[in-house]
Structure formats: C-alpha cells, structure tokens
Design a protein around this ligand. Structure first.
Ligand code: G3H
Ligand code: 13P
Ligand code: NA
Ligand code: ZN
Length: 328
C-alpha cells in the first residue's frame, strides 16, 4: 500500500528504528528493494531524483513504483521525490501521485548555489502548504551537505553545492534548525552532520567518529518531534570496491559512513537514511564480475539478475542493521 512518509517515520520514532531510503532508477533496483523488504518484513521508502526522472522518464518511474505496490500489497511503500529544486517540481510530483516530496531549499533552484535562510523558508513553506492539503509529507533541508575534510560537496555533477563551503554551512545549527521547523512545518528535516553525496566521502579509513553525533543529539533535543534525515549515508563497501577494481574498474581509494555510526545516529533521532551510491557499487561490481567470468554470455537478463541479487543483499543488510526488519 502507498503510505506517506509521516506515517512511516512516526512509527519508526515510536519504536526507535531507522529506515533506509533507497534511490530508484530502474526495474532492477526496484525489484531488489522489494525482494529485500519482503524477505525481512520491512516497510519501504523509495525515492526518485531529478536524474532518475531524466533517465527513466517520470511516467515509467511512477509505474515502476505502482507495480511494486501491486506485486507486494502487504508492504507499506513511500513514494518520495528526492531533492526537489523548486515548488513547481514538488507540485508536479504530487500530481503524479508521490506521497512525499523533498523541497531542498538549502540550494537555489539551480541546485548548486547555497541559498539564504529566507529563501529556504519561503520555498519550503510554500510546498508544505500545498502538500499537506493533499496528505503528502514534506522533507526540508537546513545546512549544506559537503565534506568537512575539503569543504567540497562531493559529487562532480548532480546534487550538491558548487565550490568550497565553510564549516558553518556544512554543519546544521541546532537553533536555526528549530526556527526553520517552526517557520515551515516540515515533517522531516535533512541535516548536515558530516556526510556528503557520492562515493568519495572520506579519503582515509575512518578510525573514530566521522559523523558529528554530538550535533545530532543537540538538534534532536531542540526538535524532538521532527524526524531527522541523513543524506549521503552510503557506507561504500570495501569488498565491492575491490571486486570492481579486480574486474576492470578503476576507482580510487575511498571510504563511506560506517554502518555502526549510522546506527548510533538512529539512536539519537535519525529516522530516514538516504542510500544511492552503495546500490550503484554493488550493481556495477556484480555485473563486472559476471561478464568477466562469463565472456560468452550476452543475455542481459543474466547479468542484470546478479546485479539485482547483489543490491537485494545490500538492502537486507541495511534493513537489519537499522532495525526496520520486522516492522512492516
Ligand atoms: O542525492 C543524490 C542521489 O544520489 C541522486 O543522484 O542525481 O545522479 O540521480 P542522481
Ligand atoms: P549516497 O550518495 O551516500 O548514497 O547518498 C544518497 C542521497 O543522499 C540521496 O539523496
Ligand atoms: Na530526500
Ligand atoms: Zn541526498
């Protein structure tokens, strides 16, 4: 059944668990997520980015999610629009049937330049007004995602600020977060606490805390009834990096957010955990290995099947680690 983000996150808060929100672009990702959720009895959040709409086309994406709901009627599914760059984009998604939208007003409508507080409040409040009138949930964002190491947003293109950001932009201010929730009425709030989008998050193997758990605690203490969202939450599995490079790939040394730290964040109010890169890595690794080991194979269903299985196993691991297994 299609449900709103608010419904799922209220339940997650009541029972103190977190939900992975996986990005979806194609049939294989959609199937992997649903097979995983079905196996461990987890509720589902799938989200579509602007890049996904460009790749698959909005109607195909919409029907992919509707097909998942039809095939797995016993699993609650949130159809969420990731990183909306304007109220218009969010309105279009609501018209298409999305049950949740993100208005990312931390950046201007180009999706690159950091926006000021008043702009963010203005666009986000506009979206909250029309979305809530339709029973659709809204996620906002305060603070800009980027590496505390370099100040860079982390992705060459796609979602993220351009240029170098300073620490005051890269860490969400608890006072400002509280004011923002008061000014906008968002259901969920994405915060900047040390993560960035993409595969290149940390250049050295994390030894201690990469997340600013202290900051999560401070924010959660100020706004205990707002569900916190962590973007850039891929863990960049070293085993998949190794497989990709072993079978013809060329990825540099890089590390993601350790799963144990995400679990720590969940203990302090993080409810929605955005993951895209990890599914990309698992999929690419599985396909590279399969094609290298089966050079005479040319039926795409064969290599797409191993891609689906690899993504499914990753989803299962996250549902179990975040405590969402058994909650559907
Ligand atoms: O937040 C960013 C997601 O990883 C989506 O990336 O714009 O390449 O689809 P994309
Ligand atoms: P990753 O790039 O870490 O998977 O983050 C995805 C994300 O935040 C989507 O909004
Ligand atoms: Na989002
Ligand atoms: Zn994101």
């Amino acid at each position: 059944a299609l449900v709103s983000l608010r419904q799922l996150l209220d339940h997650a808060a009541e029972y103190s668990y977190g939900l992975p929100a996986f990005n979806v672009n194609n049939l294989e990702q959609m199937r992997a997520i649903m097979e995983a959720a079905d196996k461990v009895d987890a509720p589902v959040i799938v989200q579509a980015s602007a890049g996904a709409r460009k790749y698959a086309g909005a109607p195909f994406l919409r029907h992919l999610i509707l097909a998942a709901i039809e095939e797995f009627p016993h699993i609650p599914v949130v159809m969420h629009q990731d990183h909306g760059t304007s109220p218009d984009v969010c309105q279009r998604s609501i018209q298409l049937g999305f049950s949740s939208v993100m208005m990312d007003g931390s950046l201007k409508s180009d999706g690159k330049s950091p926006a000021d507080y008043d702009y963010n409040v203005d666009v986000t409040r506009t979206v909250v007004n029309f979305a809530h009138a339709c029973g659709v949930s809204v996620e906002g964002e305060i603070g800009c995602l980027g590496s505390l190491e370099t100040g860079m947003a982390g992705e060459e293109d796609g979602v993220g600020a351009e240029g170098v950001l300073d620490h005051s932009q890269l860490l969400t201010d608890p006072e400002e977060a509280a004011q923002f929730v008061k000014d906008t009425g968002v259901d969920a709030l994405a915060i900047a606490i040390g993560t960035s989008h993409g595969a290149y998050k940390f250049s050295k193997k994390p030894t201690g805390d990469v997340l600013r758990i202290d900051r999560i605690k401070e924010i959660h203490a100020r706004i205990p009834n707002t569900h916190l969202v962590m973007h850039g939450s891929s863990s960049v599995p070293q085993e998949w990096l190794k497989i990709i490079n072993e079978f013809g790939g060329d990825l540099g040394e890089t590390y993601g957010v350790p799963v144990e730290e995400i679990v720590e964040g969940i203990k302090h109010g993080v409810r929605k955990v955005n993951i895209d890169t990890d599914l990309r890595l698992a999929s690419t690794g599985a396909v590279r290995r399969f094609l290298a080991q089966h050079p005479a194979e040319f039926d795409p269903r064969k290599f797409l099947k191993v891609s689906t299985d690899a993504m499914r196993d990753l989803c299962i691991a996250r549902y179990e680690a975040f405590g969402s297994a058994g909650q559907a």
